[in-house]
Design a protein around this ligand. Structure first.
Ligand SMILES: Nc1ncnc2c1ncn2[C@@H]1O[C@H](COP(=O)(O)OP(=O)(O)OP(=O)(O)O)[C@@H](O)[C@H]1O
Length: 258
């Protein structure tokens, strides 16, 4: 689905990441972890064809990313950016409905099916009540949920989510993560950046661990994420502890020493 070979990303003459080789398949949940400023968003923008690679290749379904038309690409890949301020005071419903644009010819009216899909996306995230609100006048967390609803309404097999839970309260954080995991279980390729090492320990999670300049390692989170690597990435002592969930399942979490 998404493959990179010796990908180098950056801005102008400034290289941020070098020699990134990845292979992401259908039904996989990938967590991209790394300290502030290591290049997670830069990697996303390059994988999405928004930033030209400084070297190497990005293949989406075997075809170089720059060879996709934007409309075709938007039926294949959705993207929730980290922060977003729209130029016009759209309503929440209208922002979510933009997820249907790739399926319309020109600026068309929404079909009944389009409206059903948009309503369902808002409902999944519990924000139907915001449908008529102005996007620029809602909270940061509500805007994040709206952009997620837009991506869900886009119904793409590949989803890139840049810190999808960073602004969310405890309940929304848990609900969104559950849904993200369900999306991967339904066969989508979900790639998300996160600042929470615990996300790497979901049984299905695969990780890309980034440090200044490039990839430290990739693999199943449960296999490759260690206290030593977390210390190297974030410069903080920590412990990975196993919690008994009480339902027979064990869960690993990372606790910083602070
Ligand atoms: N438009 C830009 N032009 C030049 N340099 C940029 C640009 N955007 C980001 N950078 C630089 O690239 C590096 C990586 O930034 P990026 O936003 O990819 O980091 P990140 O890992 O996503 O960080 P965070 O966790 O804080 O969101 C940073 O040093 C940043 O200053």
């Amino acid at each position: 689905m998404i493959r990179t070979e010796k990908l180098c990303c950056g801005y102008g003459s400034r290289m941020v990441l070098q020699n990134v080789s990845l292979s992401m398949e259908a039904g996989e949940l990938w967590c991209v972890l790394g300290a502030n400023g290591v290049g997670k968003s830069t990697l996303f923008k390059t994988l999405l064809g928004l930033l030209k690679p400084m070297g190497g290749t990005v293949l989406v379904d075997g075809r170089p990313v720059e060879q996709w038309s934007r409309a075709e690409f938007a039926r294949r890949v959705s993207y929730v950016p980290q922060g977003h301020t729209p130029p016009f005071p759209f309503k929440v419903w209208e922002v979510a409905a933009m997820g249907r644009n790739p399926y319309q010819r020109g600026i068309g009216r929404l079909s009944r099916e389009d409206r059903r899909v948009v309503a369902e996306a808002l409902e999944i995230l519990g924000i139907e009540r915001l449908a008529g609100e102005i996007y620029t006048r809602i909270s940061g967390g509500e805007r994040q949920l709206t952009l997620l609803a837009r991506a869900i309404a886009q119904q793409t097999p590949v989803m890139f989510l840049d810190e999808p839970v960073s602004n969310l309260d405890f309940g929304n954080h848990a609900r969104v993560l559950r849904h993200v995991r369900d999306l991967a279980a339904m066969g989508k390729t979900v790639v998300m950046t996160t600042h929470c090492p615990d996300h790497a320990f979901f049984p299905e999670s695969r990780v890309v661990l980034l440090d200044r300049g490039g990839v430290i390692c990739t693999g199943r989170g449960a296999d490759v994420v260690t206290e030593e690597l977390i210390r190297r990435m974030y410069g903080v002592d920590n412990r990975i502890v196993v919690l008994n969930r009480g339902d027979g399942e064990a869960e690993r979490v990372c606790v910083a020493d602070c």
